[in-house]
Design a protein around this ligand. Sequence first.
Ligand code: AHR
Length: 654
Amino acid sequence: MNYTRTILTSLALTSSVIASAQQLTLHIDQAQKDVSPTLYGMMTEEINYSYEGGLYGQLLRNATFREDKHGRRPNPWTPWKSGGAKYWTATDTTRSVLTLTQKGGYSRALPACLNWKAQAGSSLANDGYWGIAVRPGEHYKGYLIARATQGGPLTVSLQSTDGKTTYASTQVSGLSAQWQKVSFEMDIPATGKTTVSPTKDVRFVLTAPVGGNYDFSKVVLFPRTFNDRPNGLRPDLMRMMTKMSPKFLRFPGGNYVEGNDFHNRFDWKRTVGSPDERPGHWSPWGYWSTDGLGLPEFLTWAEDCGAEPILAVFAGYVLKGDYLPADYCGPFIQDALDEIEYCIGSADTKWGAQRVRDGHPEPYPLHYVEIGNEDFFDESESYAGRYKAFYEAIKARYPQLQLIATAGQKQIEQWARETGVTGLKFDVIDEHYYRNTKGMYQSVNLYDGYDRKGPKIFCGEWASREGKPTTNMNAALGDAAWMTGMERNADLLIGHCYAPLFVNVNPGGMQWESDLIGYDALKAYGSPSYYAQCMFASNVGNKIVPVEAKDIPQMDYQGSSLPQLYFSATTSTTDGQTYLKIVNGGTTPQTITIHTIGGKPAKKGLLTVLHANKPDETNSINEPTHIVPQSSKVKTGSNFKLTVKPYSVNVIKM
Ligand code: AHR
């Protein structure tokens, strides 16, 4: 592929001069290098209300009463001072007294206790995560972990936020002075006079018809979930991810695997078993995670999307900069080994048996384990030792696994020299690239020159960061150009994944600008970048096709002369399909002559185009499909012409 790069970078002609001369020759006959079978995947962590208020089906905010209106205690030895339960309100404060304590609750995992002294007819409401979705035919299941020292049954309902309309309601009875879990179900009729138009202007309400004295440690509400899994995930988001044809899911982070401090790392053993036995923790992105979406749910999420897990294990370093040197990391190494055992151990192992109890008898198809996250930030230089200790322990027990380092090889080797660590081995290096579109255009040849004898590369986080909360068409162009570079080097890269995947678009929902999929309580939409991902990932062969380029036009882009077109091709040795991707980042249409050498060229192909009239056009929660791909049949063969629109991402399947 060096000739392509030479031609791309050596021409400085304007597009109008050479518009008809440009040619791409696809050497299908020379397609020898393998495309990694896990090239396209997804990356996730608890950021931007990705799970709480996002993918995790549970609808009530502060369901376990761990978030206090007074704010977060700066440290564990600061005495608790309660300002009341965040997101829970008495609808009539003169008739209710609410008191929150962080002890005396149901269990060690659910220590909080919200006491409600209610006069007859008073109510307690929760607005969910910026509303609660009500749709025709929806079915809700929920439960309270509660007790009542006085009073009768409670009414549970879904009401409009002004309280004037009740969409669904039911009675919960049987509460006693002992803590217990009491379940309820509610329906929205699918048809008929009593059904509703879809809305999120809804709140969850507990009403005490005869008054009483109640304690709550947890209150939850689920709508239908994907594949009807208990404690499951939001169906529309799962369907959107399935369309990305992901081959892997990298989890649980990102910063989320590290946490701000040791106590708030992703401590996976506190995220398995019954959701009611999970204590939860603070996400480094500033809000409480119940860990209802924990390790078992990450794994079934991957499985339900047709993806394999890429598991990141905590490696002794937290975001505050604290770390434990390798010699002290033994318990964390054991946690990592146990976590792997949970994923792939047989039913007669301790943690394999826990997976079976959690509902998944079969081991998961785990091939890659990542040691930490972004340890290139670790100024202590302890990563060389920590990496080696984790690497050797995991390899000794699971030699079949490929291990991913989270700092560059040279950097780790430099730290090793400085800290006296020897004998390092590398399988795969994780690299992260967050750039603007220009930066992505300038990076498309990055991997062409990487040493094929060195470790493999995993591009575990990347994005063209233009547009918020979700990215715009210009970002999609930068993404697609960058993906052509990764596809051309799909023998070197084991895989890559965009980050972040999700954002709740409500004010306060976003901690990181430039995200792939946006949503509120009711609706979800894909950014142009999302559609570029879908187009690339669902049109890829198993061999890289060398592409010879001639007379590719340059464009003047933000003060630099850059190629206007970016391209890559792959072919499938199983069904003979060839996939050509062309990105036009410029303001002019381009007509390209395409030659194919080898293969059996068909006369017609399928062209899928993502295009906008202006680069800053985008999709949004109110205009979700402004930019979506369009497909049409086109003439192909061994020699044909194709005109690509300005600002367009094009995939030709032929
Ligand atoms: O994707 C957002 C953050 O970017 C991730 O948590 C972290 O790994 C990176 O710095």
